[in-house]
Design a protein around this ligand. Sequence first.
Ligand code: LLP
Length: 438
Amino acid sequence: ITAADLNAEHHLTVGGVDTLALAEQYQTPLYVYDTGAIRDEIAAFKEVFERNHVAYQISYASKAFAAVAMYQLAAQAGIHCDVVSGGEMYTAKQAGFPMDHLSFHGNNKSLDELTMALDSGVGCIMVDNFYELQLLTKLTTEREQKTTIMLRIAPGISAHTHEYISTGQEDSKFGFDLNSGQADTAVKQAQAAPYLDLVGIHCHIGSQIFELDGFKMIVDKLITVFAKWQQELDFYPQIMNVGGGFGVKYTSEDQPLKPTEFVDAILKETIAQTKALNVPMLEIWIEPGRSLVATAGMTLYTLGASKDIPGIRKYLAVDGGMGDNIRPALYDAKYEAVLAKNPSLPSEQVVSLAGKYCESGDMLIWNQQLPATQPGDVLAVLDTGAYGYSMASNYNRNPRPAVVFCEDGKSQLVVQRESYADLTRLDLPLLTPAKAES
Ligand code: LLP
């Protein structure tokens, strides 16, 4: 929170809109995004590529936050999107997103999903395994339809958030294993498939990454392999897709590099390594999800009940919780909350922020300083823009919150709040007649 995020009344703002007014107008819990911040982040990524004179594509990993309006924003910004399911593909289509700018990922794409991708002219299929490669070879041959693909490989380097592990064999469900030769076989099979056009190699080493080492290792390793393939298989990719995973700052304890610093390092390493091995420069694709949307979003909640256990802990409960943000319960993810009516008031209490779901694990934040609060106060949990709404559920039959986009002092509803009627919309009544009482 900077002074720029507060208005004259000291209320927290998002995209120039007063968060208290947003809570009033759209109710809570509410996801709100500063779409200007998303556009700025996209522009910053583009600038790095252009500054380094490297051909590129930015493909937003839409699993981080998918909605019709988000695909439209990505289309406006002129970037590509990744989808990982028929549902994401459908949403992009409904948004009028150019289907040839979609890449389709997934480790178990169904026949229906692959057919849907071919029917709708998806730009690139990221082939993950031999089963899929065979399925797609058969489908495209039957349909006599040329299809652009990349192969996802498991490079044997994985980022466990703060450390990199380079193993002989990466134990992952994703991709063709590089070290055991599966990737070589996959390249040969793809080359032999009459309707598959293998343009690139993809890998993704992890998420919420804080250091450059893993990306540098991956670039060096991939280009070494490409040079070998050029000699042995007469194949050299046009595109190297390094995935996403650029870390963001969730709390004051996080000190990540800027997402653009990762990309800058990747580009410089690629230029250096291709020169060193005397192989052609590659087009670089990235797939940022979190880094485009996490810090642009926040969740507004209204405070309700509290429980003070003397000498132990004070719980404050909000009107949402694990149904709208599963990350603390699932990953022990950390967030910070501020009081919307004045984030800069001095701290007066240490509280733990509980949700309203019937589970002890439904906690959003443990032990955080806050000014004095009372029921009805609006609290903003910051930086919830990635994997919040997209991982939301109807647990306890709570309707999922609405999503609002804010920019230049104006707000716009982009996902409506679910109603109780929405919750039973797909339910069907019991057909078995009641047994007569004996
Ligand atoms: N590309 C591929 C192939 C991926 O699997 C992912 C994320 C991304 C790109 C985007 O990664 P990002 O830039 O967002 O880190 N639900 C978890 C994160 C799961 C990420 C899965 N793959 C969370 O809430 O932290």
